[in-house]
Design a protein around this ligand. Sequence first.
Ligand code: NAD
Length: 295
Amino acid sequence: MSRAQILDGKACAKEVRSKVASAVAMIKGQHGVTPGLAVVLVGADPASEVYVKNKGKQTLAAGMASFEHRLPAETVEADLLVLIEQLNQDKAVHGILVQLPVPAHIDEAKIINAIDPAKDVDGFHVINAGMLATGQDGLVPCTPVGCVILAKQAMSDLSGLEAVVIGRSNIVGKPVAQLLLRENCTVTIAHSRTKNLKDVVARADLVVAAVGQQELVRADWIKPGAIVIDVGIHRLTLDGGGTKLVGDVAFDEVAEVAGAITPVPGGVGPMTIACLLRSTVLACCRAHGIVAPDL
Ligand code: NAD
């Protein structure tokens, strides 16, 4: 039996999706607008295929319009840019997501920055990154939003907490740190060159692990009672032939010390698509001057 509160990402994502569905019904009913999400997949990476399929399914389930564009792996950058420009101009599309990674011959940053920032529901456009960094209302990356929603399930007011984010990627580490700063945490960003990582993490009331290293964070790194949010996803092949998902945190032992912890699977993972739908509704409301409902 673990001591920690288990932060149930599946249940929390269901709640977010249900709020999104109510908002969509209101927007359709009162304004005659259907929020629409376009997802672009270049190539046939199996993991990306699964993500794109799930995104499409959940978009439709929320009552929204889903537009899928599957392009062959050999698509040239110029053709992808043409498609993005068409989607930028398309009034039925309020959110555009290009599934990453794109094939190596395509410049990822160029593609992301070609998306209209007002439709950039992944929040990776340099304008949205800048808006987040300067405390303005832009579109915010989905996984980091999910992390903060889950942390607030453990403690509704994170103000004043000592937060340590492990990882400084543009898609998780940096934006989650910005969001925690917005929640008035005292934020440290640790990374691969951080000295004495264990001691840095040990001061945290709130730890977000976005490292990409399987079960790196151990029980003796954690301050008793701390909130631990695990973003990592690693698929292990078991001796018997099956597979098992684990995170960046050694769940069983850390759950004995932490006050609250997200499991893998069923923690941060399910929140990402729910937050993507939420961002699409917010983008739609902004595009049509609709006062956004509480999501
Ligand atoms: P990334 O590889 O881009 O970044 C990892 C970061 O961790 C880097 O900034 C690096 O400096 C730091 N790092 C690496 N080794 C370290 C070490 N030993 N000590 C301290 N810091 C170290 O990864 P990412 O895209 O930010 O993703 C991180 C993890 O989250 C991955 O496991 C990824 O699969 C997962 N992820 C999950 C979701 C989700 O929806 N749940 C979304 C995105 C990423």
